[in-house]
Design a protein around this ligand. Structure first.
Ligand code: GAR
Length: 187
């Protein structure tokens, strides 16, 4: 049985889709959720399905030793970023090399990099007049959104799309594919 840790900063809909997918799995389980935001919606979602979620401080994130101990104590095999808005510290990358993945709400390398998250990505896609967008699941390296791509899927950008309507179409794709890609990696 493999153990997953999810890092999330926001609403947590992906964290919930992943946790539900592995609820009765014999392959893996979501052991813990970590967040940099006390008020992130992910905490409520995890509470409702009995998965422990914790908030860490800026100091904990900079130092990382307490976070690394927590990951090691929980025998974490894979770190899954799901709407996590901090840049991953080098010591975490070093300790979990090839075992950290992220989901990005565009077809990388388009519309990625520092500052590109959530609605900023969808605004950029719409402003650029793209006819399609999509999701990218990739390994995390020290280059923001630059690690090896594992999976992509696309969806149309409609002429009357706003960042909100496009985000909703992208979320649907994410909830379908992210749990399945994680399962494939862990198998
Ligand atoms: C997701 O669309 C995810 O791809 C995006 O944040 C959203 C989080 O939604 N991540 C990024 O933009 C990272 N650069 P959620 O909190 O409902 O899972």
């Amino acid at each position: 049985m493999k153990n997953i840790a999810i890092f999330a900063s926001g609403d947590g809909s992906n964290a919930e889709a992943i946790a539900q997918h592995f609820k009765d799995s014999t392959i893996a389980c979501v052991k813990i959720v970590l967040s940099n935001r006390q008020k992130a919606g992910v905490h409520e979602r995890m509470k409702a399905i009995d998965i422990p979620s914790i908030t860490f401080s800026k100091e904990d994130w900079k130092d990382c030793s307490a976070i690394l101990s927590l990951l090691q104590d929980n025998n974490i095999d894979l770190i899954v970023l799901a709407g996590f808005l901090c840049i991953i510290e080098p010591s975490i990358i070093k300790n979990y090399k090839g075992r950290i993945i992220n989901i990005h709400p565009s077809l990388l390398p388009k519309h990625g990099g520092p500052g590109m998250w959530g609605h900023h990505v969808h605004d950029a896609v719409i402003s650029a007049g793209e006819k399609e967008s999509g999701i990218t699941i990739h390994y995390v390296t020290e280059e923001v959104d630059g690690g090896e791509i594992i999976f992509q899927d696309s969806c149309p950008v409609k002429p009357d799309d706003t960042a909100t309507t496009l985000a909703s179409r992208i979320h649907t794709l994410e909830h379908i594919h992210y749990p399945l890609v994680i399962e494939k990696i862990l198998k």
